[in-house]
Design a protein around this ligand. Sequence first.
Ligand SMILES: *Cc1c(COP(=O)(O)O)cnc(C)c1O
Ligand SMILES: [Zn+2]
Length: 417
Amino acid sequence: MNQTRLSCVSCARTYPLFELRYECDCLGLLEVLHEEKGLAELKSKADLRLVSREPIDRSGVWRFREAVVPLEKHEIVTQGEGGTGFHQIDSLRAWTGCQGLSIKHEGENPTGSFKDRGMTAAVTIAKKLGVKLLACASTGNTSSALSSYAARAGLQAVVFLPSGKVSLGKMAQTLGYGAHVLAVKGDFDDAMQIVRDLARAGDVYMVNSLNPFRIEGQKTIIWEILQDMNWVAPDWIVVPGGNLGNTSAFGKAIEEAFAWGWIKKKPRLATIQAAGANPFYKSYLNGFQSLESMQAETIATAIRIGNPVNFTRASRAIINTRGVVGEVTDAEILTAKGAIDRSGLGCEPASAATLAGLRQLIQSGVVKSSETVVAVLTGHMLKDTDAILKSQNLETEEVAADPKAIQLSLDRLRARN
Ligand SMILES: *Cc1c(COP(=O)(O)O)cnc(C)c1O
Ligand SMILES: [Zn+2]
């Protein structure tokens, strides 16, 4: 018998793993508490699975399935998520001033963001629990992932998006996979409250990162990074923070990997917020004594969140890893995005907060230029094409379809270098 249970972050009360609930009776957040038996060996098992041909072994999430959610193979809804690229790029090392920089690009997931890692777990559980209608509030990526995975599982999805605040690409993607879309006259935090109320009333199954299974899926970003590095932990891992699901997941993944002996030291976490959506940063400055919600505004719509629901879990993650929280302006985000795009990698604006923040941390000496750092890019460049076209001087050249005109243009181009 597997003894894995849901456990309250605030009062430690536990519940059965497959009970339909999102919070403790004390209203604390729930998390999955794994039974430790056998998990030390999962590290080498996961390495062996790298050469397997089975879809669930190839998935960067289910490769670690015993420590995500223990399930029968046939119960798992997967689309080959994870297995994302791990890049070393000279131009970005120079731009950040960080010589030991590697980049994990989570935009390389099936729907273009890391949300797929959480959603494969949440939708798998929804199917197992037999729920009929799944719901989320979203700034666009969670809804894209839900819409896709629900379709794959043959389940209905409804998503609540802040009206006019979601990029066209994410909106189109969400509609295209077939979810029902409700545009809320308000911001993400208003939409989130609606979904929490509906979930409490039992109307929908909520798959926002409050859902403990989302966190379990997203933990594998860290484990895959450790595997990419042959289980030698980096000094730092840097990630953008909005609703703080990832920060929470990263903290849990690091604790577990350390407890199970997969790594000998814990990497430190750095969460970067946008200056216009920085309640976690402000709370960090006062020692996490309280969280004051705010009206959020930033060009990085994926982290335009003023009342992060994962605050308790996320602050614990920063404390336990001796981590830091930073903030960057929209101008810094756009400059970083320009450098990332022109390196050939590309990402959406929220992702660029990572490198903008790292550059600051190097300049202030918090991170040493000789330390090993993994920066996580959270979303794909095509998620927000507006942000590309509005920035800098991106110009096309009108040219007549005749060889002479084209030759002239090529000559000018060559002369530029
Ligand atoms: C969801 C999202 C974030 C924010 O992640 P949290 O877990 O909410 O902190 C950052 N970047 C992208 C691209 C996202 O989709
Ligand atoms: Zn409790």
